[in-house]
Design a protein around this ligand. Structure first.
Ligand code: PAF
Length: 282
């Protein structure tokens, strides 16, 4: 079977010309924003877009402004050639891979300031500048590309809530879709950072998902949320993790649980040098 490599575009002008070609043929355009190091989770986002009959543009840009100086920007995995192969196999039409100068031209001085789900006291506590960087780059990607829809993984659930809020508040005419988290057979959520887990920590890592499932089952069968959270926090800590948070929140705005509102349980914890995040519906 022959596969067609995706077109590679590196400038805003070329991206817009490509989108204009799709539109001239009456085709829908989907953007899948990524930082590369693509795995089956990313492939599933492209599949969601394909299932909508859209032409798919995958952006690959490791965005410096969403990393704190202490975080892993320089060692974030960069696997461009392997990413292209995966995207060819799944039939993505194009990759938008701008340089830092395209995204942050000399004199860049504008960013997006956030409240609401970005200040939910979840990932924003350990990573206070993270969502500002995400929102700024995603707003740029949306305005550069002008897609009909954009697909984000539910794995980064707070990010998805922040992007949805921003698109609504700024009237960005993009349908923001969430796609389910893809897991390894033992339940570990797929993440580009999993490659950094030592074999021992990799064996322990599925505990996060199991502890959330146990808490969710307990809540569904009538246990008070805080009681279930306390038990699972203890399980996670006893399993060798340094826990940042395990919380159960309203799924839409990530505020305190409200009667009748769907619930989402979210966790972040470190094992060895790796910080893992995950979440499930309750
Ligand atoms: O989820 C990611 O990979 C990034 O945060 C995103 C949305 C591509 C923005 O840089």
């Amino acid at each position: 079977m022959t596969t067609t490599m995706p077109a590679i575009v590196r400038t805003v002008a070329d991206l817009r010309a490509l989108v204009a070609q799709f539109r001239a043929r009456g085709e829908k355009v989907a953007l899948v924003p990524t930082m590369g190091a693509l795995h089956a989770g990313h492939v599933s986002l492209v599949e969601v877009a394909k299932a909508e009959g859209a032409r798919v543009i995958v952006s690959i840009f490791v965005n410096p402004t969403q990393f704190a100086p202490s975080e892993d920007f320089s060692k974030y995995p960069r696997t461009f050639e392997a990413d292209l192969e995966k995207l060819a196999a799944i039939g993505a039409e194009a990759v938008y891979a701008p340089t830092v100068d395209v995204m942050y031209p000399k004199g860049f001085a504008t960013s997006i300031s956030l409240e609401g789900p970005a200040l939910a006291r979840l990932d924003d506590v350990a990573r206070p500048h993270h969502f500002g960087g995400v929102a700024t780059i995603v707003a740029k990607l949306f305005t550069q590309c002008g897609p009909d829809m954009a697909i984000f993984g539910e794995k980064d659930f707070q990010q998805l809530a922040v992007v949805r809020r921003m698109a609504t508040d700024l009237d960005l005419a993009v349908d923001v879709r969430g796609a389910p988290t893809i897991r390894e057979a033992d339940g570990l959520a797929m993440s580009s950072r999993n490659v950094y887990l030592s074999p021992d920590d990799r064996a322990k890592a599925p505990l996060l998902h199991r502890a959330m499932q146990e808490a969710a089952a307990a809540i569904r069968s009538g246990t008070a949320i805080e009681t279930a959270m306390t038990r699972s926090r203890e399980t996670i800590t006893a399993g060798g993790f340094a826990l940042d948070y395990l919380e159960c929140r309203a799924a839409d705005d990530l505020g305190a649980p409200r009667a009748g509102a769907p619930l989402r349980m979210l966790v972040a914890a470190r094992i060895g040098t790796v910080r893992l995040i995950d979440n499930i519906g309750v």
